[in-house]
Design a protein around this ligand. Structure first.
Ligand SMILES: [Zn+2]
Length: 316
């Protein structure tokens, strides 16, 4: 089957109380690690490509890798999504490139301007059967060129439920990334964060049936940070979003959860371990291969937390 959009996935995730995992790809090994996990777990999948990934790998290479993944897994629905599109032009380019879903993130702009650019993207994308994720409210942290608010200001920039209903009605977007206390990157919080479940619940009550999205949802697992540091890395102490909180959000109106940092850390820890334990090794397959396995294991772990294992069939 060809690439699909996320409509059916979100419909089923909302109805049955789980979330679809959205994982970023920028090379072959990361993609293969994710694909082997979803094939084994029979889970629906959103593969995300950022502008940084497009610049790093080039869209033609990424598309080639993803096309093979889709062809080899006809029983798994796979959506190809632009992560954090910054302008109408970027989104238009990705729609034209065959993405089945795009995100326009104008959340740092004033409310009315966010509405206007999102509305333009929706108009262009919907005319070509592509769905649109938008964002309202601001997260903390840093992810590539997306710079969020200061950690101390996260609570002040949560999504306003009343604005959310107005935003969705005026833009026609298909899903909405909400600011509910999560944060991008590996250095999220100094102390364990509390997700604003009340914000998720309030938005869900104003927009019944409407799929919400959570970004910045890695847990920055201590065991992986410790492994990285044990094998010569230097990652300072930081806390992510606890996995129990991710699981709880997945049961609510949150239908898509973005996890990237935890995959990066798993890959980095494994490659560092090989370099440290086998310093004479110089065959890239001998460290990228184990790294690919580490990605797979991490994705399996996340799919089970999100509750989407075994759900591929109902999302077709
Ligand atoms: Zn994000």
């Amino acid at each position: 089957m060809a690439l699909v959009d996320s409509k059916k996935m979100f419909e089923m995730a909302y109805k049955n109380g789980y979330a679809v995992g959205a994982f970023n790809v920028n090379n072959m090994e990361i993609t293969q690690g994710i694909i082997s996990a979803i094939a084994e777990e029979k889970a629906p999948l959103i593969l995300q490509i950022s502008r940084g990934a497009r610049a790093y790998a080039s869209m033609s290479y990424l598309r080639g890798i993803i096309d093979v993944a889709v062809k080899e897994n006809p029983d798994i629905p796979i959506c190809m999504h632009l992560d954090h599109g910054d302008t109408f032009e970027t989104c238009k380019q990705c729609v034209d490139d065959g993405f089945t879903s795009v995100m326009i993130d104008a959340s740092h702009q004033p409310f009315e301007e966010n509405i206007e650019v999102t509305r333009q993207v929706v108009e262009y994308a919907h005319a070509r059967d592509v769905v649109v994720e938008a964002e309202l409210g601001q997260l903390g942290g840093i992810e590539e060129d997306v710079v969020g608010v200061d950690p101390d200001d996260i609570a002040k920039n949560l999504t306003d439920p009343d604005q959310a209903i107005e935003f969705v009605q005026k833009t026609g977007c298909d899903s909405l990334a909400v600011a509910c206390g999560t944060s991008h990157g590996a250095y999220k919080f100094k102390t364990e964060p509390k997700l604003a479940f009340d914000v998720i619940q309030a938005v869900a009550e104003k927009l019944p049936g409407f799929p919400l999205v959570m970004h910045g949802s890695s847990s920055v697992l201590k065991e992986f940070k410790d492994l990285i540091n044990k094998y010569g890395g230097d990652m300072p102490d930081a806390m992510g979003v606890p996995e129990e909180a991710i699981g709880k959000a997945a049961k609510m109106a949150v239908c898509k959860i973005n996890i990237d940092t935890d995959l990066r850390m798993a890959l980095t820890a494994k490659i560092r371990q090989v370099f440290s334990e086998k310093p004479a090794e110089f065959d890239p397959r001998k460290y990228l291969g184990p790294g690919r396995e580490a990605i797979k294991d991490m994705v399996v772990r996340k799919l089970r937390i999100l509750g989407c294992s075994g759900k591929a069939g109902e999302c077709m």
